[in-house]
Design a protein around this ligand. Structure first.
Ligand code: AMP
Ligand code: ZN
Length: 493
């Protein structure tokens, strides 16, 4: 029986603004779409928090033995400077400023994005589609919306008719914005725009002559509106209706609101059953953002090159810091907070080592099964990682009590304790042990091979060769230790 049948997962749905029991459309399968980055600059730590939140969600769904198709796009066209429909394309602007091809910008920052996410031990999505790779499909969606009467064309551009849509449907259903208030509060269009109403948004924009990223369409040579790619690619890979759609809180409006409108207009059904929004990472109490400069780049943290921190912190410590907060809470990054997180992280890693060498007895004075369920209960309650971490520390407390012989545990219970704390720490939270390079099968194998080569050199009295092996390993942070039992090694941080 798959694990999800024994666990009652509850998810906070931003659409209903309530916690709801999670029931996927097709039993055993989950379709999840998360808005990916616009690849025109390096990802900052705030972006990392959002992607890490959804990585943790993905990991837990997989742990529950759902078969998850996780789609996360790359926005490589169509996202204009001011998030609305005016201004330059962000990628084209960067390309112009740096005098390089737009696709060079895209390649550079997509690679950066992958590398950073990998450093934080995020799993890759199942499909990572790009906007530029789906221009044809986006044009097809526009045709459908036009045919349904929810869009209009003006001089080569196509706009979504929000007022028309709102006559039958509810524009504002996700964000809670009231369209009538918006109309009342907006000044009339200044004639610069060819939209009927300021609330309308672009599905297709005719390209100005300076615009370098453009494609032919029935309406003009142009480019798709930013919101359209997500509706198009989520429908293509997950269907007209799918289970989970995620993104940062700041995407709720207009991006996700527009996604709903586009899908309802083209397919006649609301696309997503559970909308999930991750909250912001702040620095000095203000949202971390690329545009304001109030941000930290991940590499500055683990290379220790920011004067905002006293020293470097390893990626798993940063991950632990992030997961100590619930994904729907605002989290403020500070030197003190990350230092405190490092202490907690080290304590947990220490206990994971201790648990390997505990002695067992005939009775247990700790109900391991009940504790394990509390770990699940925490995650089942809308992925409550701070509560899970508190439970893991309950496990740490018990491990230390057993080590100090202040309490006892049976062999079977110890196995369950070890298994549970390992699974939640490494598989579900996605933490890594920073000095766990030692003990990894591959490294063990390679170092054992080099130790054998060094022994051979020593047997042949080839001291130059044996010293070379020792010194070069040391330069890589691997120290050999000779003793009467043979040679072992440690990895220095
Ligand atoms: P962007 O590349 O700007 O489209 O952002 C990529 C993702 O990062 C989106 O889901 C944003 O909501 C999210 N994001 C942006 N700033 C922050 C922040 N300060 N904290 C958490 N998530 C953020
Ligand atoms: Zn999106």
């Amino acid at each position: 029986m798959p694990l999800y049948q024994n666990q009652n997962l509850i998810i906070y749905n931003s659409l209903s603004k309530k916690k709801e029991v999670f029931t996927p459309i097709e039993e055993g399968f989950v379709g999840m779409y998360v808005c990916g980055p616009t690849v025109y600059s390096n990802v900052h730590l705030g972006n990392v928090r959002t992607f890490m939140s959804f990585d943790m969600i993905y990991r837990y769904l997989r742990h529950l033995e759902y078969k998850v198709r996780y789609v996360r796009n790359i926005t490589d066209a169509g996202h204009l400077e001011n998030d609305a429909d005016e201004g330059e394309d962000r990628i084209a602007k960067k390309a112009r400023l740096e005098k390089i091809e737009p696709m060079e910008v895209v390649q550079r920052y997509t690679l950066d994005f992958h590398e950073i996410l990998n450093n934080f031990n995020n799993l890759p999505p199942s499909i990572e589609p790009t906007a530029t790779g789906h221009i044809v499909e986006q044009i097809e969606v526009i045709k459908k919306i036009l045919a349904e009467g929810y869009a209009y064309e003006v001089d080569g551009s196509v706009y979504f008719d929000v007022l028309k849509y709102n006559e039958k449907h509810h524009y504002g259903i996700l964000s809670g914005r009231v369209i009538e208030d918006a109309i009342h509060n907006t000044r009339t269009l200044d004639g610069q725009s060819d939209k009927k109403n300021p609330q309308d948004f672009a599905l297709w924009k005719k390209a100005e002559p300076v615009h370098i990223m453009r494609w032919p369409s029935p309406w003009s040579i142009g480019f798709p509106g930013w919101h359209l790619e997500c509706s198009t690619m989520s429908t293509k890979y997950l269907g007209e209706q799918f289970d989970i759609h995620g993104g940062g809180m700041d995407l709720k409006f207009p991006h996700h609101e527009c996604e709903i409108a586009q899908s309802v207009a083209s397919n006649g059904v609301s696309p997503v059953n559970y909308w999930m929004h991750a909250n912001m990472l702040t620095l000095n109490g203000m949202k971390m953002a690329k545009s304001t400069g109030n941000n930290i780049l991940p590499a500055e943290i683990y290379e220790g090159t920011t004067n905002k921190l006293s020293k470097a912190f390893a990626p798993p410590v940063v991950r632990f810091f992030m997961l100590q907060a619930h994904y729907r809470s605002i989290l403020d990054f500070s030197s003190e907070a990350i230092e405190a997180a490092e202490k907690g992280y080290n304590k947990l890693m220490e206990a994971l080592k201790t648990v390997e060498s505990l002695e067992t007895s005939s009775t247990s004075s700790f109900d391991v099964k009940a504790w394990q369920q509390k770990c699940y209960d925490a995650m089942n309650d809308d992925f409550n990682t701070p509560i899970l971490i508190a439970q893991l520390f309950e496990g740490v407390k018990q491990i230390n009590l057993i080590r100090d012989k202040n309490t006892s545990i049976t062999k079977d219970d110890l196995y369950l304790l070890k298994e549970t704390i390992h699974t939640f720490t490494f598989d579900v939270l996605g933490l890594k042990n920073t000095d766990n390079q030692k003990g990894s099968d591959k490294l063990d194998g390679v170092v054992e091979m080099l130790i054998a080569m060094r022994n051979e050199a020593r047997d042949n009295k080839d001291w130059m060769q044996s010293d070379k092996i020792r010194d070069e390993l040391l330069a890589l942070g691997i120290q050999l230790k000779d003793s009467t039992e043979g040679t072992s090694y440690i990895v220095k941080n």
